[in-house]
Design a protein around this ligand. Sequence first.
Ligand SMILES: [Fe+2]
Ligand SMILES: [Fe+2]
Length: 141
Amino acid sequence: MSTLEWIEDYNVGIPAIDNEHRLLVSLINDINRTIDTHKEFQTQIIGDSLKTLEQCVRNHFASEERFLLFNNYPEYDTHKTEHTLLLEQLEHFEKKFLAEKPDFTENMLLYLKDWLVRHIILHDCKFSSYFRDEELIDHFG
Ligand SMILES: [Fe+2]
Ligand SMILES: [Fe+2]
């Protein structure tokens, strides 16, 4: 399966947040590579990778929420709710993987890529354009 390439549209224009998003993309690509290469220890490696991904997603959401709260983002509550939902989906995804290891298919990986990119494009880019419109971006760039 093809790797998830970083494209310009994923940039929110706030370097600290973009770097964290890039890290999440690279973790998903690690899982992608594992599926392609490590047939023998796949379950163990992917299980560990999903745990790492979950921890990094938690840290990222927490730091993004601190940033939004600190800057009085008007849609903070909606964004935080969306994060909570995404974490629930990731936990569900992990449980599903642990229960159905052999059936960990490329479709599930496709789901994971979509899960991350959709949030960045639909929600994170929304706060970035808000701060840009408010001309606050210079303070964070
Ligand atoms: Fe977010
Ligand atoms: Fe984000």
